[in-house]
Design a protein around this ligand. Structure first.
Ligand SMILES: [Zn+2]
Length: 448
């Protein structure tokens, strides 16, 4: 997934005329200040200098699991295999939700899809499965094993599948038609990126019999993550999912404009997306999305400079940080998108601000929400559980309390109906949002 179009863009939102404070960290619970999900842009798709070659390997080894436990056929470097086998307790046991929380059923106009059979909350498991195949995303075998074409690697890999797995793989959809051998079409259609593996810093991919069947939405309500210790893929909810609703993942490009998403999905997966964000009359929708993306990217999680200057600056409103974060979070909720690059920034800012203001109830509430999202995106709470449990013990507690300005920008936050119109009226963040809007219009003149 190429998301590099925003790289290099910097908005000047820092204020340097106010002295920054040092946050005392010793003995305190640190509010997470880093994104818990690796930036997909930082994972190379190829590993060009690989001289080690690749091998076919079954993981976990068949003799390490019970007779009915599925195993995965893999194409990996030998050293990666060794590193995975050296994980203490590998393979860790896993327990898919029982009874299953989804059903695979026909979806009008979209083949088969996954539908929730129960209500599923953010961060909860929808499905866990050991994939049919795991491979390096690029097969560098052309350079290292000249006798085998990458296509032949896959052919050999599939021949290693047991009969049941072979049938399950060939039952998957092939959107590529007759443009290539069927097995390549199926792998191309159903392969899902699983990030890096121990000892292999480039992208790897898996094909799953169930999770690969989830359809795409630019407003996806679920995300998959690979758990190397159990060698399983987890599908978890990133939005609340009601019983009977379809479970959607993103096939990529969801941070782009509608037109570019549609083009990508049509070219790559041969369908026209009709999701909530792609439905008619979407200029506002596109604007809101791109606004949130552009407003967020310059404010990496690690950058606390705006927060730290707000803490000591009496001329700034008490709810400045909170109001801006609420605008962004409300856009994400209204527009039904939850990007791994966006939510950590705004959740950590809002929790830090509530802690700085000694608002325990709200700090706890937003930290609990962040913990749920972290569990979906990273398979662990990311440090948010400790914050939710004891906001008073965090490194941001009370930092603003002694320098309160008493200035309220947007009235009573409890009754605050912060919606997209705030972006237009510019009430939430004086200067900042207007600056963002101007930048967005310059970047996307067609949207303004
Ligand atoms: Zn869409």
């Amino acid at each position: 997934m190429n998301r590099g179009f925003l790289r290099g863009k910097q908005l000047d939102t820092s204020i340097t005329s106010v002295p920054l404070i040092d946050i005392p960290r010793e003995g305190k619970i640190q509010i997470p200040s880093e994104s818990i999900v690796p930036d997909p842009d930082s994972i190379p798709t190829t590993f060009p200098n690989d001289r080690e070659g690749l091998l076919f390997v079954t993981l976990p080894p068949r003799d390490a699991v019970g007779p009915n436990e599925p195993v995965t056929e893999c194409i990996l470097r030998p050293s990666v295999k060794e590193k995975i086998l050296a994980i203490p307790g590998f393979p860790h046991p896993f327990s898919p939700p029982d009874p299953p929380r989804y059903q695979i059923k026909p979806i009008p106009g979209a083949g088969l899809g996954m539908v929730a059979t129960v209500d599923i909350d953010v961060g909860e498991d929808i499905a866990i499965e050991r994939p049919l195949t795991v491979t390096t995303q690029a097969i560098p075998g052309v350079a290292t094993v000249p006798c085998l074409h990458p296509r032949e690697f896959y052919r050999v890999l599939l021949e290693r599948l047991d009969e049941k797995s072979y049938e399950e793989l060939f039952a998957l959809h092939n959107c590529k038609g007759n443009t290539r051998p069927e097995f390549m079409g199926i792998i191309d259609t159903n392969g899902i990126g699983i990030g890096t593996l121990p000892g292999y810093p480039a992208a790897c991919a898996a094909v799953c019999k169930v999770i690969s069947r989830a359809n795409h939405s630019c407003c996806s309500n679920a995300v998959w993550r690979f758990h190397v210790e159990s060698f399983t893929v987890h599908l978890r909810a990133i939005l609340p999912i009601k019983k009977g609703e379809e479970i959607f993942v993103s096939y990529g490009y969801k941070e782009r404009t509608r037109a570019r998403r549609q083009k990508y999905l049509l070219e790559r997966y041969k369908f026209r997306c009709t999701c909530f964000a792609c439905a008619s009359n979407t200029i506002d929708r596109d604007q809101a999305r791109m606004m949130a993306v552009i407003a967020t990217h310059p404010k990496k999680c690690e950058d606390d400079s705006t927060l730290r200057s707000w803490v000591t600056d009496r001329t700034k409103a008490d709810d400045l940080i909170i109001a801006e974060a609420r605008v962004m979070i409300n856009i994400m909720e209204d527009e039904k998108f939850c990007y791994s690059s966006l939510w950590p920034v705004w959740y950590q800012r809002i929790v830090k601000a509530y802690c700085a203001l000694e608002d325990e109830e709200n700090a706890r509430k937003w930290a609990q929400k962040a913990a749920k999202l972290a569990r979906a995106w990273a398979l662990h709470d990311g440090g948010w559980d400790a914050v939710a449990k004891n906001p008073r013990m965090t490194d941001w507690w009370g930092l603003r309390a002694n320098t309160r300005s008493g200035i309220r920008m947007v009235g009573d936050l409890d009754d605050l109906n912060v919606r997209r119109d705030l972006l237009n009226t510019n009430r939430a963040g004086p200067g900042a949002l207007e600056h963002i809007a101007t930048s967005m219009k310059a970047k996307y003149p067609g949207l303004g």
